[in-house]
Design a protein around this ligand. Structure first.
Ligand code: SF4
Length: 499
């Protein structure tokens, strides 16, 4: 019954175009093949167009994925950094994942949570346990934004997801100079029917993430056994369309790189964005680019399309210019060196993450406010490669001139969907975000930062305020006055001020 409730054939058929979905494997392969020879002039013309901040055509994306010349790739990388700066300025949003359950009915070949992995210790958090996790995240580490992750299982159905979101939002904990709370919860969960998505909408979902894992249909069938829920490619492919129709217009796409040829996956992501834009006038708010990582009890000898570091960096650059308005998320799956090398192209990264079920409360017992970054692979979906603390990440970002932002205002001010897309494309969203980034960084510095990070952060904020004053075309004199006043109020212990 539960399975029948979940997969509705009519909620697939309504999106098909004359019985066809928007991923045409043969057409994608033909387009990649037809654009093998790419002149430098053509690459430069494509990059020039990308600065207009519109979704790239599949033909141009096919040309870029074929570039191998290191000097030309560097030009794509430079354009990707410029576009990130134009759309998102020097902000880098941070968040933490919160895994709520490791029970799953699926048997995805690459995942430690798959139901036939007997080495996994499984459980689903109770609402009290979820609150404890949120208390650590908001009260000891200093996060304001989470992505909550669930396996596909009757115990973690839509009602459980909604209740767990509400449990997190209910937490408010005292901090050194104010209080801590999680203000935005994004959800990474199984594809749901429209009526279930409406339950999440009412509970205050931020972004709904469903990663296709691979757009390549043959590979999809190989890694998601037939007969399992996840084996239904089309149910997953249209999850975000259903989300839009349920009223959740803030959606995120992603691919698990390493399953199929990365060039094909880049084309799949562009096609997905194009179909969302065509039907709803809005593309994805963010794109995630995880790479396959070892998981406990999981054989990876079958992986044929592992992505090299060089190609990984390049595919992020191509996606950055191809879907220029989207945020890009790279996580602690990657090693610190890799994260640092792509940081100028991306907009979000996690920090101080724990993947085990209940692992935050375990890592920060009682009065403890720092942790040793220990991981327990038999409790995790996969193993992390970057265990730097949030304080270290904030400090290193400041050294690079980035403002780590904990902002959650856009979603709460109704700047989602079409509204945010227009602001992003015109570069205006960055102005609101810049001001909110400054205020939320100030909160972090005053409540959680080490003395050294606080000193560096305060100096950066003062410098940013000076620069804002010198940009009258972007920030009015009244806005600058309001921003300075708000900063003072935060320094005096008020919290959660935003524009
Ligand atoms: Fe379950 Fe997701 Fe893991 Fe597949 S990838 S086994 S659906 S948790």
């Amino acid at each position: 019954n539960w399975k029948d409730h979940l997969v509705r054939q009519d909620e697939i058929d309504r999106y098909l175009d004359h019985g066809k979905d928007f991923i045409d494997d043969n057409a994608i392969e033909a387009e990649i093949g037809a654009n093998q020879e790419v002149s430098p002039e053509r690459v430069r013309a494509i990059l020039k167009k990308a600065h207009e901040i519109n979704l790239m055509s599949s033909k141009d994306a096919a040309a870029l994925v074929n570039v191998t010349d290191p000097a030309l790739r560097k030009e794509v990388y430079t354009a990707a950094c410029e576009i990130k700066k134009h759309v998102y300025d020097n902000r880098l949003v941070t968040f933490a994942p919160l895994y709520c359950g490791s029970k799953c009915v699926n048997r995805c070949k690459y995942c430690g949570f798959r139901s036939d992995n007997n080495e996994m210790k499984r459980r689903v958090l109770t609402m009290d346990e979820i609150k404890k996790e949120a208390e650590v995240l908001a009260g000891k580490i200093g996060h304001k934004r989470l992505v909550m992750v669930y396996g596909e299982h009757p115990e973690t159905d839509a009602q459980y997801i909604a209740d767990s979101m509400k449990a997190v939002y209910s937490v408010k904990v005292p901090t050194k100079n104010g209080f801590g709370q999680i203000r935005r919860v994004n959800i990474n969960a199984a594809p749901l029917p429209i009526e279930d998505l409406k339950i999440l909408q009412e509970a205050g979902i931020g972004t709904y993430q469903v990663f296709q894992e691979t757009y390549h249909k043959k590979t999809y069938r190989e890694v998601h056994p037939e007969g399992t829920l996840k084996g239904n490619y089309l149910w997953r492919l249209y999850a975000l369309h259903r989300s839009m129709d349920a009223g959740i217009d803030d959606v995120a796409v992603g691919v698990l790189f390493g399953l199929a040829d990365w060039k094909f996956e880049v084309m799949g992501l562009v096609a997905h964005a194009a179909d969302l834009e065509k039907r709803y006038g809005i593309g994805p708010h963010s794109v995630s680019v995880p790479r396959l990582e070892p998981a406990e009890g999981t054989d990876f000898s079958w992986v044929k399309h592992g992505v090299s570091d060089e190609d990984f960096k390049y595919l992020i650059a191509v996606l950055r210019v191809a879907i220029p308005y989207a945020g890009f998320i790279v996580t602690n799956r990657e090693k610190p060196e890799m994260l640092d090398s792509v940081i100028d192209m991306i907009t979000q990264r996690d920090a101080d993450s724990r993947l085990g079920i209940g692992a935050y409360a375990d890592a920060f017992p009682d009065e403890k406010t720092t942790s040793d970054g220990h991981q327990e692979s038999e409790r995790q979906q996969f193993v992390l490669n970057d265990m730097r603390s949030l304080d270290t990440v904030v400090q290193e970002s400041i050294k690079r001139g980035h403002i780590i932002s904990f902002c959650t205002a856009g979603y709460r001010c109704g700047r989602t969907g079409n509204k945010i897309m227009t602001l992003l494309k015109t570069g205006k969203e960055g102005h609101f975000c810049k001001m909110n980034a400054i205020l939320t960084l100030q909160e972090y510095l005053d409540d959680f930062a080490s003395p050294e990070t606080k000193k560096m952060g305060d100096e950066l904020i003062s410098k940013e305020l000076g620069e804002i004053e010198d940009r009258p075309a972007d920030f009015t004199a009244a806005q600058v006055v309001e921003l300075k006043k708000a900063r003072k109020r935060i320094q005096n212990g008020e919290r959660d001020l935003y524009f």
